[in-house]
Each structure stands twice: as structure tokens, then as C-alpha cells.
Design a protein around this ligand. Structure first.
Ligand SMILES: [Zn+2]
Length: 271
């Protein structure tokens, strides 16, 4: 089964034709995990689980930690509601995140960098607490800026200190050394359509390095449309392009990649 482990059909970009986009996923057929970035989009991700093969992840993205408070009880309530009303045998909330650190957008707000990092780290730890309470994996977001390139190291350090290493480093953008550390921590590594971009030679080397049984594929829709549809709004069905590229890089059949990444996702998210 094809699975997009990271999409945002809960975002405004799909307001006008969400029904059609959802239908294309269901008809494919494929599995989609919609990921929250704030409380409202987390709520919407949960609402979307009414659709067949749709799951959700809840969290406050590190770029939003000054836009609203992270109220752990409210997120817990979303998880509890979902568990009690879910038609399936288990909750359709399968992860916590996006959570992590973002040093790329750090200067956009007129707040001292130290203060931003401190707040991001505090909120990240709250997500780890929520994940632990619910025995859920984390969907980790990390992004460096040109000057500040320690976000992966900082994320891994916090996971080690907190002794909670269950999750996926989504939209991995690090190097082989950072991938090695993630693998040693038993994390999965998520690749997006970026691996299809002509300039992403270094990242393709990382794909080559990471064993197939630790790879997840994702779109990060509406962003990062793969080369074949580059510049357009992305959508979950295009995760097939990511599978195709992983297969090409590793010299495998696309079916092997689809099967393996589905198995990996089932392992991690208990789908
Ligand atoms: Zn995302």
C-alpha cells in the first residue's frame, strides 16, 4: 500500500477542492497521515480521519511557538475524543508532531535568537511528554539556517536526554553523519519530493546510505511538489514519485519500495 506519511490536507491550500483531493487519495487507493502545525490544523487533521485510510498527527510546529500556547491538555483531549469515537479498533491519532526545532525562520520575529531557541526547546519537550503519555511516536521537524546548523544535533540531544527515541525525522535534510546518528537512535528517516530535484545530489547519497527498512516516504503537501509536477501545489498521490526515485537510487523495483515503506509506517505508527 502506498502511504504518504506527511501531508497537510488540513491547510488552507485545499479549502476550495478538498473533496476532490481526498477522493483522489481514496481512489488510488493509498494511506495518508495529515500532520498538524497548530491547534486548529491539528483539530482539522483529526476531523479528516473520518475518511478511509486517513490518520493524523497533532502538534505545534516550532515556527509557531510564539503564535499560540501549547496547551497539552487540549491536545490530550483531541486524542481522547478521537479514541472514544473512532470507528476503527484503535485511535486515528498515530503520532505527535510536527515537533522539533527550526533555525531557518528564526530571525523572522523580532525576538532574540536565544529566547526563540529556548522556547522551541521547551515546547519540543512538552511534545515528547505528550508522546510518552500516549505511547505515540514523534514526527520530528528540523531545519538549519546558514549560520545555525546544529538543529539535528540539538534535536537528537534532547531525545537522548529525555530518553524518548521513537519517531521519524520528517523531510530529512541533513548529511550522512546526521542520518547515521538518527539510525543509531532507531529513528526512521522521511524523504520528500526534494530527492527528485536535480540539485539534490547530496540528499540522494543519503537515500543510498539509509537502509530501506528505515525509510518513510512523504509529500509534505502542499509544499515540495516533486520534479514531475514541480511548482504546482503538491498532493498525496505524488508520493508515488518519491517511491519511484528511492527505487531508482537503490536499484529496486518501485513495488519493493512501496511495500517496504508501508511496512515501516505500520511498524512505527501502529496503523
Ligand atoms: Zn510539514
Amino acid at each position: 500500500m502506498l502511504i504518504d506519511t506527511h501531508a497537510h490536507l488540513n491547510f488552507e491550500a485545499y479549502d476550495s477542492d478538498l473533496v476532490d483531493v481526498v477522493k483522489r487519495c481514496i481512489d488510488f487507493p493509498m494511506v495518508v497521515i495529515n500532520v498538524g502545525s497548530q491547534f486548529e490544523t491539528s483539530k482539522k487533521a483529526v476531523e479528516l480521519t473520518k475518511h478511509k485510510n486517513f490518520y493524523s498527527s497533532l502538534g505545534l510546529h516550532p515556527i509557531h511557538v510564539f503564535d499560540e500556547d501549547f496547551i497539552l491538555e487540549d491536545y490530550q483531549a483531541l486524542i481522547n475524543d478521537n479514541t472514544s469515537t473512532s470507528l476503527s479498533a484503535h485511535s486515528r491519532v498515530v503520532a505527535i508532531g510536527e515537533a522539533g526545532l527550526d533555525y531557518f525562520h528564526i530571525k523572522e520575529k523580532s525576538i532574540p535568537v536565544d529566547e526563540v531557541i529556548k522556547k522551541q526547546k521547551d515546547i519540543f519537550i512538552c511534545h515528547i511528554d505528550l508522546a510518552r503519555q500516549n505511547n505515540l511516536p514523534l514526527i520530528l521537524h528540523g531545519r538549519n539556517s546558514q549560520e545555525l546548523n546544529t538543529c539535528y544535533g540539538d534535536i537528537f540531544g534532547i531525545l537522548k536526554t529525555e530518553d524518548y527515541c521513537s519517531g521519524v525525522v520528517h523531510c530529512f535534510g541533513g548529511n550522512i553523519d546526521e542520518a547515521r546518528i538518527a539510525l543509531n537512535l532507531e529513528l526512521y528517516i522521511g524523504f520528500t519530493g526534494i530527492i527528485t530535484f536535480p540539485k539534490a545530489e547530496d540528499l540522494r547519497e543519503v537515500v543510498k546510505f539509509v537502509p530501506l527498512d528505515r525509510i518513510l516516504i512523504e509529500t509534505d503537501s502542499p509544499y515540495l511538489a516533486p520534479q514531475a509536477v514541480r511548482g504546482q501545489r503538491n498532493e498525496p498521490i505524488y508520493v508515488e514519485e518519491v517511491a519511484k526515485e528511492v527505487a531508482r537510487i537503490k536499484g529496486l523495483e518501485i513495488e519493493e519500495v512501496i511495500d517496504a515503506t508501508w511496512k515501516n509506517a505500520k511498524n512505527l505508527f501502529k496503523i
